[in-house]
Design a protein around this ligand. Structure first.
Ligand code: GUN
Ligand code: FE
Length: 430
C-alpha cells in the first residue's frame, strides 16, 4: 500500500548538502521511501494523502549511545567525574535492576519518554541483568521504535551484587543473542536487534573480552562500548594493560573493533595512533557532548574527526547526558565545537547542516539505510508543527526553520512520528 505524505520536507543526504522540498510529497511503500516529488504523478491522484501542509517533515533522530537503566539518575551526580560518578551513582542504581518490578517501573517510564521524543532509533545499553534486559527488549518491540539493545558485561572492578561471574556473563550474553536472533527468524521485520555491550576495558577481564570477540564473529553481532572518555580512565587502562599500545588497541587485540559494526562512545582523548585505528576499522564514534560537559570529561575534536571522514553519530549518553531531546545534543555538539575553535583556530566550528546530518544519517548508517529520505531509505520521520501550520505569509525558508528548530528549546508539536513507515503511538504506554 502506497503512503503519500505532504508537507515541507527537509533532509541531509550528506554533511554538505540539504535537500529542501517546500510543499512536496514523500511517497512510501512498505516503509521504504520511493521518492520525494513536487507534483504527484497522475497514477497517485486517486490515492489518499496524509496532508501536513506547512509542517516540517524531517528524518527522525538517531541516538547512537544511551543507557536506558540510568534514566532515573539523569541530572544527578554531575559534581563528580566519570570513575567516581560510576561508583557513587551509576553502579548502585544499576544493581537495583536485579529486581524486576524496579526494572519494569524505570523502563516503562523511559520508553514512554523515548516514544514521545524526536528519537526514532537508539543504541541502548541496559544493565548486566538478563531478565531485566529481556524485559527492555520486549517493551521496545512493542513501542515500534528501532533499537540495538545490549546486556552489559562487567566481570571486574565492581562490587557484588553488580559484579558478574565470567562464565555467567558469557553464557547469558550468548543466550540473549540466540533468543533475539531466533525471534528475528520468525519476525524478519523486527526493529530491535542484539548488540554486545562490554562496559569498557576496566570492567571486563581479558577472558571475557576474548569470549565476546569470538561471539561477535560466531553470531555476527555488532558491538558497543566506551573509549577514551576521561583521563583517569585512560591512565587506569594503561595500568591494567601495560603491554598494549593504548586503550583502542586493547579492544583491537580482543577482536572487538568490527568494521562498520562497532560503536565507541566518547573518543575524546584519542592519540593519533588510535584515530588511525578507529578510522581504518571503520568504527562509529558516538559523540556525547552533553555527558562530556556534565562529567567534565572534555571536548571531543569533532571538526578534526569530521574532516578526517570518520563515521560519527550523536548520543545522549543518558544518564551522563541530561536530556533525551536530541535537539539539545545537536546544539551542544555545535556549541562545543565553537569553544574548541576559540582555543584552536585551525578547527572551524561545525555547522547546523553538519550537526543535523550527524544526528540523522550520520548515526543512521549504523542501522543501514536510515536517517534520510533518499530512495530506498527506511521512512523514519517526524512531522513537526513549528508554528506555521496556518500558513502565515512571513513563513521563513525551510533552512531557517530547521535552524530555529535545532538551535532553540522552543516547544514544538510533534504531530506524527514514523519508524519504517509505521506510526509510533506516543501515549499508548502510561
Ligand atoms: N564508562 C563505563 N561505563 C560508563 C557509563 O555508564 N557511562 C559513561 N558515561 N561512561 C562509562
Ligand atoms: Fe555511556
Amino acid at each position: 500500500m502506497l503512503k503519500i505524505i505532504r508537507g515541507d520536507i527537509l533532509f541531509a543526504p550528506d554533511k554538505n548538502r540539504y535537500e529542501l522540498w517546500e510543499d512536496s510529497y514523500v511517497l512510501v511503500k512498505k516503509g521504504i521511501v520511493l521518492s520525494v516529488v513536487k507534483e504527484l504523478p497522475l497514477s497517485c491522484w486517486n490515492q489518499p494523502v496524509e496532508d501536513f501542509r506547512n509542517c516540517l517533515i524531517i528524518p527522525g533522530f538517531v541516538d547512537l549511545h544511551l543507557h536506558a537503566s540510568q534514566w532515573p539518575n539523569m541530572g544527578i551526580g554531575y559534581d563528580f567525574q566519570l570513575l567516581e560518578w560510576l561508583k557513587k551513582y551509576t553502579f548502585p542504581l544499576e544493581s537495583t535492576f536485579s529486581d524486576m518490578e524496579t526494572a519494569r517501573k524505570h523502563y516503562e517510564s523511559f520508553i514512554h519518554e523515548l516514544s514521545a521524543s524526536m528519537t526514532t532509533r537508539a543504541c541502548i545499553l541496559a544493565t548486566r541483568h538478563l531478565p531485566a534486559t529481556r524485559l527492555l527488549v520486549s517493551m521496545l518491540r512493542e513501542s515500534g521504535l528501532g533499537a540495538f539493545v545490549g546486556k552489559v558485561n562487567m566481570d571486574r572492578n565492581a562490587d557484588p551484587p553488580l559484579l558478574e561471574n565470567t562464565e555467567d556473563s558469557i553464557e547469558e550474553t550468548r543466550l540473549l543473542a540466540q533468543e533475539m536472533q531466533e525471534f528475528e527468524q520468525f519476525h524478519p521485520d523486527t526493529l530491535v536487534h542484539p548488540i554486545l555491550s562490554p562496559r569498557f576495558v576496566p570492567s571486563t577481564t581479558p577472558e571475557l573480552m576474548t569470549a565476546l570477540g569470538k561471539m561477535a564473529q560466531e553470531y555476527d553481532l555488532p558491538i558497543q562500548s566506551h573509549l577514551d572518555e576521561n583521563l583517569d580512565e585512560i591512565a587506569w587502562v594503561r595500568q591494567l594493560h601495560p603491554g598494549d599500545l593504548d586503550f583502542a588497541h586493547v579492544y583491537e587485540r580482543f577482536h572487538l573493533l568490527k568494521p562498520d559494526k562497532t560503536i565507541m562512545a566518547h573518543c575524546i582523548h584519542m592519540t593519533e595512533d588510535e584515530i588511525r585505528l578507529i578510522k581504518d576499522r571503520r568504527i562509529f564514534i558516538a559523540h556525547c557532548p552533553s555527558s562530556n560537559c556534565n562529567l567534565a570529561s572534555g571536548i571531543m575534536p569533532l571538526r578534526k574527526y569530521l574532516d578526517n571522514d570518520m563515521l560519527i553519530g550523536i548520543g545522549s549518553d543518558i544518564g551522563g547526558g541530561n536530556t533525551l531531546d536530541m535537539r539539545a545534543h545537536v546544539q551542544l555538539a555545535m556549541q562545543m565545537s565553537r569553544l574548541y575553535y576559540s582555543a584552536n583556530r585551525s578547527f572551524k566550528p561545525v555547522s547546523v547542516r553538519e550537526a543535523f546530518y550527524l544526528a540523522t544519517k550520520g548515526g543512521g548508517r549504523f542501522f543501514g539505510k536510515v536517517g534520510s529520505f533518499e530512495k530506498g531509505y527506511e521512512f523514519d520521520a517526524l512531522v513537526i508543527d513549528d508554528g506555521y501550520k496556518k500558513g502565515l505569509p512571513d513563513k521563513p525558508s525551510l533552512e531557517t526553520r530547521l535552524e530555529k528548530l535545532i538551535n532553540t528549546d522552543n516547544p514544538v508539536l510533534i504531530i506524527k512520528k514514523y519508524v519504517r513507515g509505521k506510526e509510533i503511538q506516543r501515549s499508548s504506554l502510561k
